[in-house]
Design a protein around this ligand. Structure first.
Ligand SMILES: [Mg+2]
Length: 357
């Protein structure tokens, strides 16, 4: 029940995805193409399809398909070579519009972006409607939008009613939506991982939910943990604007080199407290803590550890940095020691697990 209060503070993130972007630009620049199957791709038969518009998709043509196969499936299609410069120009125009709606924006690719709209007054659906209208009026292009409380779900949602669709995924909808989904829909599971899991008889997210976290980590490596949480509707990744502060750190140079562990640990303890204060003051949490040292021979070393969750407490920071410190041999006296916090998250992203609801 505790999460009912939290629900009010959930972020609102939208994922914006232009529909059949390259092909749509071609249609817009050449109205005679409208309503016809348009395929953008390499000129030769050895090339692959970059984008097929929705008309062409009716014939079974899709991106990454070899050109010769596309021509076989859709002989009446209009085949155009890509014009990257033109697409980039149109993309810039679109991002200018997106920026005017929210400057907490992360560009994923030429035709895809996440926007955090939590801080805006506007009702999300209203804002999305306006955004789509503006893009259509100014560029003639349509886009699909997903609205949710994290990036994974927002991206899943934008794919729901393509083209030109809008879909919102709320916390209440998560179990119903996620359980039957094929595992390839999980961001972070590539074809290889999906193959592995399929071989184990696992096909849907519902199947994956049975697996312990350790098992997924063993099978998928580092990303196993992220997948474990993602299939539960949890994704703490912030919308990463480029202007965001990248790291925060403290370091000190000693007048004379030292190998005294007690002295050095004391520094780390003080730094952890200072860093924690700094983070809290700026309302930041960090996932990565890095220890930096320089020895008397001016050899610099940096070693970091990354957690799944974000922290900003002095004890947590010290625990991490102390763990790294203990692994150091300290053969040469140190002239400098410091701690850096990175992978910063600028707001308190309380994430819901549907198991807590
Ligand atoms: Mg797209």
């Amino acid at each position: 029940m505790k999460n009912i209060e939290n629900a009010k503070r959930l972020p609102t993130i939208i994922h914006v995805d232009l529909d059949a972007f390259y092909a749509s630009v071609e249609e817009r620049d050449n109205p005679r193409l409208k309503g016809k199957p348009v395929i953008v791709g390499g000129r030769s038969n050895k090339g692959v399809v970059t984008t097929a518009n929705y008309e062409a998709r009716k014939y079974g043509v899709h991106s990454a398909m070899p050109m010769f196969m596309a021509r076989r499936k859709c002989p009446k299609g209009i085949y155009v070579p890509g014009r990257m410069e033109r697409y980039q120009e149109v993309s810039r125009e679109i991002f200018r519009i997106l920026h005017s709606f929210s400057d907490v924006l992360e560009k994923v690719s030429i035709d895809e972006a996440y926007l955090d709209i939590t801080h805006l007054e506007a009702e999300p659906h209203k804002l999305v409607f306006e955004l789509k209208e503006t893009v259509y009026k100014e560029t003639g292009l349509t886009l699909s939008v997903g609205i949710a409380y994290n990036k994974f779900l927002a991206k899943l949602a934008s794919d729901w009613h393509k083209p030109a669709g809008v879909k919102e995924i709320t916390p209440e909808m998560v179990p119903e939506i996620l359980l039957p989904l094929p595992i390839r829909k999980v961001h972070g599971l590539g074809p290889k991982s999906c193959g592995l899991l399929n071989n184990l008889g696992l096909y849907t997210i519902g199947d994956l939910l049975e697996l312990p976290e350790e098992f997924l980590m063993e099978l998928l490596g580092k990303s196993g943990r992220e997948v474990y949480h993602r299939i539960r509707g949890i994704d703490p990744r912030p919308v990463n604007t480029h202007r965001e502060r990248k790291s925060l750190g403290i370091e000190r140079t000693f007048p004379k080199g030292t190998r005294n562990r007690q002295v050095l640990e004391e520094y780390l303890q003080n730094f952890s407290q200072e860093l924690s204060r700094d983070l809290k003051e700026k309302k930041l949490h960090a996932r990565t803590i890095t220890l930096k040292i320089k020895d008397e021979n001016f050899k610099v070393q940096s070693r970091g550890k990354t957690l799944f969750q974000h922290i900003n407490g002095a004890d947590e920071i010290f625990e991490m940095v102390h763990g790294i410190f203990q692994e150091l041999a300290l053969e040469v006296p140190l002239r400098l020691i410091g701690i850096t916090a990175s992978n910063l998250l600028s707001e308190d992203l309380q994430q819901l697990s549907f198991f807590d609801l």
